[in-house]
Design a protein around this ligand. Structure first.
Ligand code: AMP
Length: 617
């Protein structure tokens, strides 16, 4: 295998990718780099997201760009705004040591005049969604006559989203002698047409076979009775305490329903579907990316462009109709060298379809048993014990309480203390799974009926307990800690001003054009609010705030101290005090106010990295 240096990349690029920790090229990079660096031949590359495809086209293109020349040298088209922003961010980091280099992202749903200004200031690469790119061309604001490279990223997605005509029109505005690089996971018939029409004798490379599922992913299924779909999903999640995954549903209604049921049952989840506005979608995606959500329930369309590398699971609540959709879904896990699991909940009727899918994607699906209560409890208990063992206690505030705590436990043995602590945490969980029925599909009618009766009794009991307030109290108590990559801000708008997360996201989106910081936890209080934003944007945010107004009131935003992981008062409390009587009223409702968003709560205290389990019943 050649190294990046041996492939002939310039020192400016080598130093940037070294900083990113890229040591060896991935398969697609190994194949694509020499082709693009050494020839002008068009190229079709079959690669999934997660294979390193962005660097596979960006690095060799950047290597050949002459920043002293005027005009746009490369246009990258991507199906979604999220993917476009991700590509632009990647290109920015690969090119950070190239003097004078500029990349601009253009996409719909954002102020076009800002994007026009960015282009007019001069740039080398434009990354755009087809609709906005064409709009800019028609307005005569985007000139592609100097383009040397055209990249069509996730071309199959662009076509399946209905961008064929836009692509036709954009491509007609590019010079004939450019090099066209088409990246796609699959080769649907309309892409064959597109490549014949616009590409000149293209070379083909494949990292894995076309439409073949990612080899880092294990494909498994539970065989279920259709009425057990939801309880089986819960088992899948409960048996994996550190799960960080997407649950794919087929419709918006199903997505909403599954997310609502999971949130009600205490899971750290939210829904992503087409009924949400762009600002709401961004909000949910950011929370998922930041791992404030452990599970995302999504439709295929809404999850496009969501780029997360560390997913442990993809769960197919129902199997999709199209093979390519399954490939896309499962390809979201097992990325960047990680192992992933794609789990499908399958009824007897769907088994034939699965066998067909196996042949099409060239991968075997393994039937696994739906875990029983005993297995789940064991997993959860030992995970908790591991978490306790791994908890760091250096510089802990607990030191001063320890003498009293030890005194309290003085008359108990170590075994008794451990048993009591574990029972306090787990009794309800154990109770929920005590006598849990076998959910594996069985042909014995009487056993099925016994299971169903038992299930409904248990669910009634849970309903009663929830009514009594036993369930869900932990959700209220759950504390969120400001993540290390986030800055927390105070904003002078609250519930009383009709303020909510959607309005906040809208303000940020419209006043911070061209920037796309990640937004973390939003806490809407009565008179004011707090929110988290990715570090490094304080100046931009404060500049933007000067132009913000809400309900005729100027908006003021100040940096706040990070939210501590639990217990102690934070700046919010101090502000309450500073604000005299207003604050006094506010303080009492503080703990509940933060959970404006269903299922919210984010990372529990002590979570250092990664989505953390929350207790479920
Ligand atoms: P992509 O397929 O472009 O979405 O890339 C998936 C992930 O792999 C991204 O997080 C990249 O930063 C990362 N990546 C790309 N190339 C390499 C490499 N050669 N070594 C390590 N990580 C890489």
């Amino acid at each position: 295998m050649s190294t990046f240096k041996e492939m002939g990349l310039k020192s400016e690029i080598l130093s940037a990718i070294e900083e990113l920790g890229y040591v060896n090229p991935t398969k697609i990079q190994e194949l694509a780099l020499p082709k693009i660096l050494e020839s002008k031949q068009d190229l079709i590359a079959f690669a999934q997201t997660g294979t390193g495809k962005t660097a596979a086209f960006s690095l060799p293109v950047l290597n050949q760009i002459d920043t002293s020349k005027k005009g746009i040298k490369c246009i990258v088209l991507s199906p979604t705004r999220e993917l476009g922003l991700q590509i632009a961010a990647d290109i920015k980091s690969y090119s950070k040591n190239i003097p004078g280099f500029k990349v601009v992202a253009v996409y719909g749903g954002a102020d076009i005049s800002r994007q026009i200004k960015d282009i007019e200031r001069g740039c080398d690469v434009v990354v755009g969604t087809p609709g906005r790119t064409l709009d800019l061309i028609k307005r005569n604001r985007l000139k592609l006559d100097s383009v040397e490279f055209l990249v069509l990223d996730e071309a199959d997605e662009m076509l399946s989203m209905g961008f064929a005509e836009d692509l036709d029109a954009i491509l007609a505005n590019t010079p004939a002698d450019k090099q066209t690089l088409l990246f796609s996971a699959t080769m649907p018939p309309d892409m064959v047409k597109l490549s014949k029409k616009y590409m000149n004798n293209p070379a083909e490379i494949t990292a894995g076979s076309k439409q073949e599922a990612n080899t880092n992913v294990t494909h498994v299924y539970y065989k279920i009775n259709s009425r057990d779909r939801y309880p089986a999903l819960k088992r899948a999640v409960d048996v994996a305490p550190d799960i960080y995954g997407i649950i794919f549903c087929r419709t918006r209604a199903e997505t909403k329903e599954v997310a609502e049921r999971l949130a009600e049952d205490g899971y750290n989840t939210d829904a992503l579907h087409g009924d949400l506005s762009q600002a709401q979608r961004d909000y949910v995606m950011n929370r998922f990316r930041n791992r404030q959500l452990q599970l995302l329930v999504a439709t295929d369309v809404a999850a496009r462009g969501l780029d997360v590398n560390e997913l442990t699971h993809v769960i197919n609540y129902k199997l999709p109709d199209e093979d390519a959709v399954y490939v896309h879904r499962s390809g979201r896990t097992g990325r960047a060298g990680n192992e992933g699991l794609s789990l499908t909940l399958l009824t007897g009727n769907e088994e034939k379809r699965l066998r067909y899918l196996e042949k099409k994607i060239g991968r075997k699906f393994e039937k696994v048993d739906i875990p029983n209560g005993q297995e789940i409890c064991e997993k959860q208990l030992f995970n908790m014990i591991d978490t306790i063992k791994e908890t760091e206690i250096a510089n802990s505030h607990i030191d001063s309480f320890l003498p009293q705590i030890f005194e309290k436990f003085e008359d108990m043995s170590k075994e008794e203390v451990i048993t009591k602590i574990v029972s306090t945490e787990f009794n309800r969980f154990l109770e929920y799974y005590r006598d849990a029925p076998d959910l594996n599909k069985t042909s014995d009618r009487r056993e099925r009926e016994r299971n169903r009766d038992r299930d409904s009794r248990r669910d009634d009991d849970r309903g009663n307990r929830r009514d009594r307030g036993d369930i869900g109290d932990r959700r209220e108590r759950k504390e969120h800690k400001t993540a290390a990559n986030m800055t927390r801000y105070f904003i002078n708008q609250g519930k009383k001003d009709g303020f909510n997360p959607k309005i906040l996201m809208g303000m940020i989106n419209s006043h911070m054009e061209g920037k796309s910081p990640e937004i973390g936890q939003i806490e809407i209080m009565k008179m004011f609010s707090f929110f988290e934003m990715e570090k490094g944007y304080t100046e931009d945010l404060q500049r933007a705030a000067k132009n913000m107004e809400h309900e005729g009131r100027p908006v003021s935003i100040e940096e706040s101290s990070p939210k501590p992981s639990g217990g102690g008062r934070d700046r919010g409390d101090r502000r309450d005090r500073d604000r005299g009587d207003r604050g006094g009223r506010e303080r009492s409702s503080r703990s509940g106010e933060g959970r404006e968003h269903r299922g919210g709560g984010g990372r529990p205290s002590g979570g250092s990295h990664g989505a953390k389990r929350r207790r479920r019943y």
